[in-house]
Ligand binder design. Structure first.
Ligand SMILES: C[S@@+](CC[C@H](N)C(=O)[O-])C[C@H]1O[C@@H](n2cnc3c(N)ncnc32)[C@H](O)[C@@H]1O
Length: 197
């Protein structure tokens, strides 16, 4: 029932992540969302059964907005927010059951370190959305990068090969449970493999 509510609230590609997280289960689990933006995704998870959620974003404006939305939704006691670069501030955060990185690795210059540090802090489910390495996203990112360079912005969004992203997460001890894509985005959920012996 909770899952059905959530599926109506979320649009793809988040919806595919949420459906897969529903199957794995996240009731009473803690969520850490890196690059949370307005916070809609982790707030919906708290409304759907997660025990608490922490949202982190480099942008203070985003964090202020996410925090005010959480308060309006009556989620202030189950949510926490922090402004900063997760890679630089990761010592401040404990381990969490569910890790969300929704369209974030394409916006960070050192995604290898971002994935490494975030998988280390993930106990169970690792969900992410990133652009596919196919011609439509490549062309779009090329145009965006061109205009950012014209505006002398230091921001350089980047597309990583899907095989490389998968390798980083799998080498950290996770197994892919689901994969969904449209022409632009790919959404995947991974589950930590249990250590044998
Ligand atoms: C494209 S936006 C996506 C926002 C949100 N997840 C969504 O899907 O609406 C990427 C966000 O990730 C944040 N971000 C990128 N790298 C980050 C990092 N290392 N630590 C924290 N936030 C980061 C950016 O500030 C930006 O708000």
């Amino acid at each position: 029932m909770r899952g059905a509510w959530k599926r109506r609230a979320l649009k793809h590609p988040r919806r595919s992540c949420s459906e897969s997280l529903d199957e794995i289960g996240f009731d009473n689990q803690s969520v850490l969302e890196i690059g949370c933006g307005t916070g809609f995704f982790h707030q919906t998870m708290v409304q759907s059964g997660a025990s608490k959620a922490t949202g982190i974003d480099i942008s203070k404006k985003m964090i202020d907005y996410a925090q005010s939305l959480a308060s309006k939704k009556g989620l202030a006691e189950k949510t926490a927010y922090s402004t900063g670069d997760f890679v630089e501030t990761q010592d401040q955060y404990g381990d969490h059951d569910v890790m969300l990185l929704d369209k974030v690795i394409c916006c960070y210059p050192d995604s290898e370190t971002l994935i490494k540090l975030s998988t280390e802090k993930c106990r169970k489910s690792y969900a992410l959305t990133y652009p596919r390495d196919s011609w439509i996203p490549r062309l779009s990112f090329g145009v965006i990068r061109f205009f950012l360079a014209l505006a002398r912005s230091g921001f350089k969004p980047k597309i990583y090969p899907v095989s490389w992203v998968r390798e980083q997460i799998e080498q950290a001890g996770f197994k892919r449970k689901s994969s969904w894509n449209d022409y632009f985005w790919i959404s995947e959920v991974y589950q930590r493999e249990l250590e044998s012996g």
